[in-house]
Design a protein around this ligand. Structure first.
Ligand SMILES: Cc1cc2nc3c(=O)[nH]c(=O)nc-3n(C[C@H](O)[C@H](O)[C@H](O)COP(=O)(O)OP(=O)(O)OC[C@H]3O[C@@H](n4cnc5c(N)ncnc54)[C@H](O)[C@@H]3O)c2cc1C
Length: 451
């Protein structure tokens, strides 16, 4: 039996942040991680010689962002890419109609203004909504009031459905009317040409992280906690559980005594969505040089609707598309080759013979991953914003939770994971932890060991 001040379960962004802060404060900390790698849902595949971010890629808004301040302080290079939040305009987007014809300038302007109008009405409908209203209910009410023609309404309806799938990994009818309230973006968005997992890796450097250590049981008493993984027990004064909401829902970790309703209620009420990525590399670019996103509206985009040009990361023409919500779940049962063929056939509708044979592809299946059981949390019908923060506990003063699902301001993001890890460390230390100091300590440690 090993004894620590704090056991942290999970070596993703939230767990590593809190572990680092507690270790910096002089605590004996161990991080138990089920996978054979750190980073969790920040996962960069470098096997092809360049980084491919299979999990998180974007910081959604770098203004007033302590996460961006950390990235900046660590001098991690970033590329501006301000369309990561399903924007309709703002950056060059190639839009195609339901038959695969490119919208000209006038049609594009009308499309952008149609969505703006519907979004303004939607804000009013959300404010006027009642408990039990879904996001589908409020969007339909907004569309009814828009006065637009049925075919224009159909395109916006499809756009709203896809926006919910991408932002929440959920079907629009399962999301609460307030499910995208916290979706405001301040400033530009960025992605990471060296791979986003550089951030958790640098935070983890020097920590006691035990990989391939799958926790199955957490027991607590007034004296502290005992965490079981395989045949080993780890005793500590307290524990921070940072496993994803999908893992908590699956019940693969048992809690003794059982979790109180204050925490088990949010676990059952909040939703865990599925959002998968498909990267396809091509021999040549067949889209415009300045294009950020290719978007197919109406029938042409029923499944594969948005393609993001991420060629700048590898230097090879590369498009990233997403399969989320019910389609994202169904897709996971297919072989990679089938998925890629289906996705590329959707591009053929837009670009005909200009689409070359794919050179390489990457496909994720986060919904089948036993260590996440989904991609990120959302406000399922029946849950409230309060459920996110209530999930953090603490329970009996010794059992803390952190992770994206525990942060109500901007759940489902790396920022949420970071801030929730920070909150757990502050609660345990019972004092503020300065974020500038946190970053400075990381760089000072790197200088000491010559990195
Ligand atoms: C495809 C995809 C794209 C995304 N894109 C973005 C984006 O562009 N921008 C953004 O901000 N966010 C994005 N996100 C969300 C972001 O990745 C997450 O919110 C964030 O990384 C979560 O960090 P975390 O610490 O809460 O959880 P995790 O990173 O999941 O860490 C939890 C850790 O717990 C471990 N674990 C699970 N069960 C056990 C067990 N029984 N015992 C021990 N360890 C266990 C897991 O292996 C994992 O390492 C994306 C997520 C996905 C899946």
């Amino acid at each position: 039996m090993s004894t620590f001040d704090t056991v942290v379960i999970g070596a993703g962004m939230s767990g590593l942040t809190s572990a680092r802060m507690l270790a910096d404060a002089g605590q004996r900390v161990v991080v138990l991680e089920g996978r054979d790698r750190i980073g969790g849902r920040m996962h960069t595949d470098r096997s092809a010689g360049f980084p491919v971010d299979l999990g998180a890629s974007w910081i959604h808004g770098i203004e007033n962002s302590p996460l961006w301040d950390l990235v900046h302080a660590l001098r991690i290079p970033a590329i501006e890419y301000t369309v990561g939040s399903f924007q309709v305009g703002g950056r060059p987007i190639e839009n195609y109609d339901g038959e695969g014809r490119r919208l000209d300038e006038a049609a594009t302007a009308q499309w952008v203004s149609d969505v703006d109008l519907a979004d303004r009405l939607l804000v009013e409908e959300i404010a006027a909504s009642s408990s039990g209203d879904t996001y589908l209910d409020v969007t339909e009410r907004a569309l009814d009031r828009s006065g637009l023609s049925p075919d224009r309404i159909d395109d916006i309806r499809e756009f709203f459905r896809h926006r919910v799938e991408e932002q929440c990994g959920a079907w629009i009818g399962d999301l609460d009317a307030h499910g995208l309230d916290e979706d405001a973006i301040e400033g530009d968005e960025v992605i990471f040409p060296r791979g986003y997992d550089e951030l958790p890796r640098r935070i983890a450097d020097g920590l006691d992280v035990r990989l391939e250590t799958v926790v199955t049981r957490v027991s607590r008493s007034a004296a502290g906690v005992v965490v079981r993984a395989g045949d080993t027990e780890y005793r500590a004064d307290r524990v921070i559980v940072t496993v994803p909401l999908g893992v908590l829902k699956a019940g693969t970790i048992s809690f003794d005594p059982e979790l109180p309703e204050a925490v088990s209620g949010p676990i059952s009420r909040l939703g865990m969505g599925v959002f998968n990525k498909v990267f396809v590399q091509f021999p040549e670019r067949f889209w415009d040089e300045e294009t950020y996103v290719i978007r197919a509206l109406g029938d042409a985009g029923e499944h594969w609707h948005s393609w993001y040009d991420v060629s700048a990361v590898s230097g090879i023409p590369t498009l990233l598309t997403f399969a989320a919500g019910p389609f994202g779940r169904r897709m996971q049962d297919l072989a990679d080759a089938e998925i890629v063929a289906d996705a590329v056939s959707a591009l053929h509708v837009l670009y005909r013979d200009a689409v070359g044979e794919p050179l390489a592809h990457w496909v994720t299946r986060w919904g089948e991953d036993e260590f996440s059981n989904g991609s990120y949390s959302h406000l399922a019908l029946g849950s409230t914003h309060h459920d996110h923060d209530a999930l953090a506990g603490p329970v009996d003063g010794v059992l803390h939770f952190a992770g994206e699902a525990t942060w109500g301001d901007e759940p489902a993001t790396v920022g949420a994971a970071f801030y929730s890890g920070h909150r757990a460390a502050e609660r345990i230390l019972d004092r503020p932890v300065d974020l500038a100091d946190f970053a400075a300590r990381i760089t000072a440690r790197e200088q000491t060991v010559g990195r």
